[in-house]
Design a protein around this ligand. Sequence first.
Ligand code: ADP
Ligand code: MG
Length: 393
Amino acid sequence: MGWKTLDDMDLAGKRVLTRVDINVPMEDGRVTDTTRIDRIVPTVKDILAKGGIPILLAHFSRPKGQVVPEMSLRQLLPALETAFDQPVKFADGNYGAAVQALRPGDILLIENVRFAPGEEKNDPGFAGRLASLGDIYCNDAFSAAHRAHASTEALAHLLPACAGRLMQAELSALEAALGNPERPVVAVVGGAKVSTKLDLLGNLVSKVDHLIIGGGMANTFLAAQGVDVGKSLAEHDMTDTARDIMQKAGDAGCQIVLPTDVVVAREFKAGAENETVAADACPPDAMILDAGPQSVQAIGAVLKTAKTLIWNGPLGAFEIAPFDTATKAAARIAADQTKAGKLTSVAGGGDTVAALNQAGAADNFTYISTAGGAFLEWMEGKTLPGVAALMTN
Ligand code: ADP
Ligand code: MG
């Protein structure tokens, strides 16, 4: 594989700087979804079992190089202690002293690495200061591996480095499913982050046979075809890019599947009065919040001929019923096809995974990645800096 795992390292008595992704959703001071925390438990327990002392490095939200008290990792301590079933120490300053005080069996969490301006700049000085706190570097944050930051990239060059269990599992599963995918390959891309994902779409069209576009992203493509999308979420300044992507898809023989009917409403709230109309008939004062039944049928037909599916992004505003209908229906078709052994299905993305869980479909997918951006970049065949840094060691 080209990178080491915890099995290749002698951890006895060693301080193991472990980069994790515990950027979990919170509401009123409570973690609402512990998936990311649950997934790092095997790594932390393995390090402890091998006599190592885990020192957790992580980011939370986007403090942009400044100390933002509401983004302190301290608030995650209760959830971490529950997950690890033991106390977790915390250091928000004087890291050297905190590390000196550690004993075998301890776990230490270091304050939000993004409070330091050097983190996102991949600053060698900051990485050096982090490196001085440990003996070994373990990267278990696949979902942050598309960023070349001090704690995900530079640090790997300064200490003996290895992948943690989650990183190992993510890379192995993605490689097994998609390294040499069986065709036809279909990608479902939806969600809200139109401008970030349009770029990725451009790369996908040369790699997949069918590209199903949904969510806010589909609105931008509809607008690019001259359709009036009313008050829908759409990036009208991206319509040229969308047209380029459609052109590129045509040249590459990739079929783009856009909604042909849509569910529209005048309010963005649960149970909002809604109607299903043709994709080019959104009233000027309404917004498109989901794909319609005819679109779902077309998506289902594609999924039933496909051998490999990669999915990122919900097809509609799935958080508010009934605009979760298309996402759930498509998810169940994919899950059924996978269960029947006809499809290899891999999905990633915070909201996507939440939607698939809500649909009761996630368990039947071949693999569910906790990563969003990293998952997409891996799908495109890009080299992830955090993974590449482990290779060179
Ligand atoms: P992921 O986290 O899986 O990468 P995104 O964050 O890109 O997915 O997209 C999820 C968000 O997209 C959800 O909050 C959903 O409500 C929103 N969304 C999807 N379709 C629409 C739409 N038609 N209008 C408004 N928001 C939408
Ligand atoms: Mg999201």
